[in-house]
Design a protein around this ligand. Structure first.
Ligand code: NAP
Ligand code: G4F
Length: 319
């Protein structure tokens, strides 16, 4: 039975990846940071099938112990301070976790067993103020937030450990991916959740920032399969993962409100509080390499994604 360690298992992607790997016959070990409140909501259904153990990307010794104890074949590093606005209010914490945390984990692998395969959760935020449209593996980075800068560091240190120490260290450059399990602060879930509340009559408006920002939005459940495929590839590499389509926040609102028979213009209020000091205006992937080399393609349409999220929030509120 192959063993996989997932950091960030309590997050959106961690929960989908854990389910995916369990279905493939892996023993799944999740590293969670110590907290006074339990944050296992997304793992409720599989809690008895996985091993949860404490560790923190701030603390290298915790990761060394984890690798020594569980002897994983694969490590998926999904843990991060992942919310872009927080990276301006907590830039040093973001750098510690999202950037230096990657080196700590790679160092732990180098020390314990350099044969362990490593997956780094890199991000399309690295393309930032894009210099090419669409963005592919060779597109230069121009990050626009402390988060984006930290992810660029994480990406390059992954490449560096691959080239310096011959570690199977792969970087998945994933474009935005969403789901009913998305955190409530991200724009898609903020919209789907508020649309459901407006429909139920408990909330009257939806306050948003920049409605013109465009993103390449896919479904997280599809994207964790790409992570696994990258780890089974013959060589470690960098892969762009996305749908190849882009849509604006405004379009997301239009579809989400439309799904419950409402017009978004009657409810959406633009609020300067949600504008960013520097914006990423347009992201759109060219996922050709993933299709050709991994045989991976996104299979959930934008419309289906929006409807899945609103429907899930409606059902959640009904309960
Ligand atoms: P998420 O829902 O915000 O989950 C982040 C995870 O990291 C949580 O489990 C969190 O634990 C954990 N974490 C945070 N700080 C930690 C620390 N110091 N030590 C250990 N664990 C820590 O993020 P996601 O959307 O699933 O994304 C997964 C990864 O992919 C992240 O690295 C993100 O930056 C990257 N990414 C995401 C997207 C996307 O569109 N979702 C796109 C590209 C890249 P708690 O539960 O304790 O907070
Ligand atoms: O949903 P968002 O907060 O996601 P963002 O900034 O694109 O980052 C996400 O995707 C990255 C991949 O590219 C990941 F690496 C990262 O970890 C995270 O998962 O914002 C999307 C867009 C932005 O342009 C933002 O300005 O929506 C715009 N927006 C407009 N109003 C808003 C709001 N975003 C949020 N969070 N809240 C608003 O009220």
């Amino acid at each position: 039975m192959p063993v996989a360690i997932i950091t960030g298992i309590t997050g959106q992607d961690g929960s989908y990846l854990a389910e995916n790997l369990l279905s493939k016959g892996y023993q799944v070990v999740g590293m969670v940071r110590r907290s006074s409140t339990v944050t296992m909501e997304r793992l409720e259904k599989i809690q008895d099938d996985i091993i949860i153990t404490q560790g923190d990307l701030h603390d290298q010794s915790s990761m060394v112990s984890l690798l020594e104890e569980f002897k994983p074949d694969e490590v998926y590093n999904l843990a991060a301070q992942s919310f872009v606005p927080t990276s301006w209010s907590q830039p040093l914490l973001t750098a510690e976790v999202t950037a230096l945390g990657v080196t700590r984990l790679l160092e732990a692998i180098r020390q314990v067993n350099s044969k362990i395969k490593y997956y780094q959760a890199s991000s399309s935020e690295m393309f930032g103020k894009v210099v090419d449209v669409p963005q592919q593996e060779s597109t230069p980075f121009y990050p626009r937030s402390p988060y984006g800068v930290a992810k660029v560091y994480g990406h390059w240190i992954t490449v560096n450990y691959r080239e310096s120490f011959d570690i199977f260290a792969t970087s998945g450059i994933l474009f935005n991916h969403e789901s009913p399990r998305r955190g409530l602060e991200f724009v898609t879930r903020k919209i789907s959740n508020t649309v459901a509340k407006i429909k139920k009559g408990t909330v009257k408006e939806l306050r948003l920032g920049n409605l013109e920002a465009q993103r390449d939005w896919g479904f997280a459940g599809d994207y964790v399969e790409a992570m696994w495929k990258m780890m089974q590839h013959s060589v470690p590499d960098n892969f762009v993962i996305g749908t190849g389509e882009t849509h604006s926040v405004r379009e997301f609102c239009e579809l989400a409100f439309g799904y419950v028979g409402l017009n978004y213009m009657d409810y959406v209020v633009q609020d300067p509080r949600f504008y960013r000091p520097a914006e990423v205006d347009l992201l759109i992937s060219d996922p050709t390499k993933a299709k050709v080399e991994l045989g991976w393609e996104a299979s959930t349409s934008f419309k289906n994604l929006v409807e899945m999220m609103v429907e899930s929030d409606l059902q959640h509120l009904s309960k």
